[in-house]
Design a protein around this ligand. Structure first.
Ligand SMILES: NC(=O)c1ccc[n+]([C@@H]2O[C@H](COP(=O)([O-])OP(=O)(O)OC[C@H]3O[C@@H](n4cnc5c(N)ncnc54)[C@H](O)[C@@H]3O)[C@@H](O)[C@H]2O)c1
Length: 255
């Protein structure tokens, strides 16, 4: 079976949960929003692409979902604080935090500039750190808190031209493990999602088919296939999982 359209949500599995998804305007973040809300969650989609985010949220609301778009540049502590205050005022807790916002560039290491390196690390890695630290109080107020950090197959593996990206995604694995240890006593689970190639705007300009030739299943994932894994990690079905990496890569890492 290889059609993502056959993936169905588990109705009611996330009833009443409050979820915040960064990078939620499009791509995987939008798919996570659709899936979590279809399973009963109240969802905040956060991004810097305001028009796309508002349109994504409006389209989901039309199908009865409880979805709100928030402006949130994950590199900006003040905007994280504003998102915290909004969710604190609305609900007083946060059950699911999906650190999904990310950017990529491909540059040989020798030509990488400190400016481009720092920008990428600020979004992909520091953004997740700021989010986790800012939302801790609201996560502690939940009895079912789950944090999902979006790494990549280029976290555990290297990739030519991807020094900054691979460093950020590898760093997220370290952040995930350490946060899992520090917050286990608070009942906060922290896991990493490790996607292989996914068909989204992020890699739309990638030359050729990207990692498809090295992917045993022979295609990129549909974002819905990652959203299914995120819904699982967010739910009680994964209640004994923390500090883990859930690899959804069509077999890339099995080689
Ligand atoms: N597409 C892939 O093949 C692939 C593979 C592995 C991991 N990932 C990771 O999955 C995540 C989602 O990416 P995607 O594939 O859906 O790509 P995408 O480009 O469609 O989505 C990324 C989203 O992050 C948002 N974003 C960028 N900078 C931001 C900032 N400073 N603050 C808030 N939001 C910001 C973008 O506006 C966009 O909506 C990323 O972390 C990416 O690195 C993607």
């Amino acid at each position: 079976m290889n059609s993502a359209s056959t993936i169905a949500p588990c109705p009611g599995r996330l009833d009443g949960r409050i979820a915040l998804i960064t990078g939620g305007s499009r791509g995987q973040g939008a798919a996570h929003g659709a899936r979590l809300s279809a399973e009963g969650a109240t969802v905040y989609l956060a991004d810097v692409l305001d028009d796309e985010g508002e349109a994504t949220a409006a389209a989901l609301r039309e199908s009865g979902a409880d979805v709100t778009y928030l402006r949130l540049d994950v590199t900006d502590q003040q905007q994280w604080t504003a998102a915290h205050d909004r969710i604190a005022g609305d609900h007083g807790r946060l059950d699911v935090l999906v650190n999904n916002a990310g950017i990529v560039h491909v540059t040989p290491l020798e030509e990488e500039t400190a400016e481009a390196w720092n920008r990428l690390l600020a979004v992909n890695l520091t953004g997740a750190f700021l989010g986790l630290r800012t939302m801790l109080g609201l996560l502690r107020a939940s009895s079912v808190a789950s944090v999902i950090n979006t790494s990549s197959i280029f976290g555990p593996s290297g990739a030519i031209g991807y020094a900054a990206y691979a460093a950020s995604k590898s760093g997220l694995l370290g952040l995930t493990r350490t946060a899992a240890l520090e917050f286990a006593a608070d009942g906060i689970r922290v896991n990493a999602l490790v996607p292989g190639g996914v068909a989204t705007p992020l890699n739309a300009n990638e030359p050729g088919t990207g990692v498809v030739p090295e992917t045993p299943l022979g295609r990129r994932a549909d974002p819905a296939e990652l959203a299914a894994a995120v819904a699982f990690l967010a739910s009680d079905d994964a209640r004994f999982m923390t500090g883990s990496e859930l690899v959804v890569d069509g077999g890339f890492r099995a080689r």
